[in-house]
Design a binder for this molecule. Sequence first.
Ligand code: ADP
Ligand code: MG
Length: 355
Amino acid sequence: MTDIQQLDERTVERIAAGEVVERPASVVKELVENAIDADANRVTVAVEAGGTEGIRVTDDGVGMDRESVQRAVEQHTTSKIRDIADLEGGVGTLGFRGEALHAIGAVSRLTVTTRPRGGDVGTELVVEGGEVTAVEPAGCPEGTTIAVDDLFYNVPARRKYLKQASTEFAHVNTIVTSYALANPDVAVTLEHDGRETFATTGQGDLRETVMSVYGREVAQSMIAVRAGASPGDPQSGGDDLPDGPLDGVSGLVSHPETTRAGREYLSTYVNGRYVRAKTAHDAVVDAYGTQIAPDRYPFAVLFLDVPAGDVDVNVHPRKMEVRFADDEGVREQVRTAVEDALLREGLLRSSAPRG
Ligand code: ADP
Ligand code: MG
């Protein structure tokens, strides 16, 4: 006789869901990624009480027909890759795991309302605690709205672990801001309890997008970083980049007098993908040297270009951390790129000799 038993499907599902969905911000991240992958020009994120009382993400992307939306909420279903070979070749989409909608549906009441571009009927599908409870034709605009209510209603331990609305909203804000900055051609709006937090125009360049999310003062203080090859235009390199893992470093960093007390205004992207890259953050701060106080941090929106194939995108969906094989090389390249930008503007007191 053995005490070892196979867990039932519902239990397995809820444990697995916890890997993807930690808090409202993780739901928002997945839904915004899906909207961007769906070719949306406009994405609106509206949350109540930091997302603990409701999350709604609306896009004007490609939408889904009835069959597709039923497929989308099943486990490990994706339209983005077919097999591991597609993944090895480097994926062009933010998602590819086919986990998110299923996981979110397992731990909430999920309503998907969607109509394909050019299609004449919409569909509304409801999932409650992992069970599809309704699929109905619906009148709705082209694109997709996903509403997530009662997050963790069936996982009380998780529900209890949620922080105050203001804390949860801070996480949501960080996520939505990051995606807005990386996608100046998408009009991104964030609303909290019915009030608009920010809205980008979707026709801007990076500086205009920074203005929409961080305000005019910050936007005007930003200095262009442009080192190595610029993506899509390898002929027009900017500053020299020392040899290392990166092909290019570009974006904006703030004037040394425009700083904040926290690190959350350091946004870094690897091949367009938002990541928490401590190495890169440290390198940015290093570049300012003694120009900023030790407890102050600049604003930065930095895009690191790594040759496709040299970066593993198959990182943990929630943690968003990347590690570089040659961490020191990345640190040196980012620091140099930011230093050169600051030097060009005469914002570093002395140019310390570089070894
Ligand atoms: P993944 O993004 O990894 O493919 P998801 O579970 O997030 O997995 O989504 C499953 C599928 O549902 C996607 O591959 C896509 O085809 C479809 N989908 C999800 N969200 C949207 C959306 N906002 N607009 C159009 N299709 C969507
Ligand atoms: Mg996804």
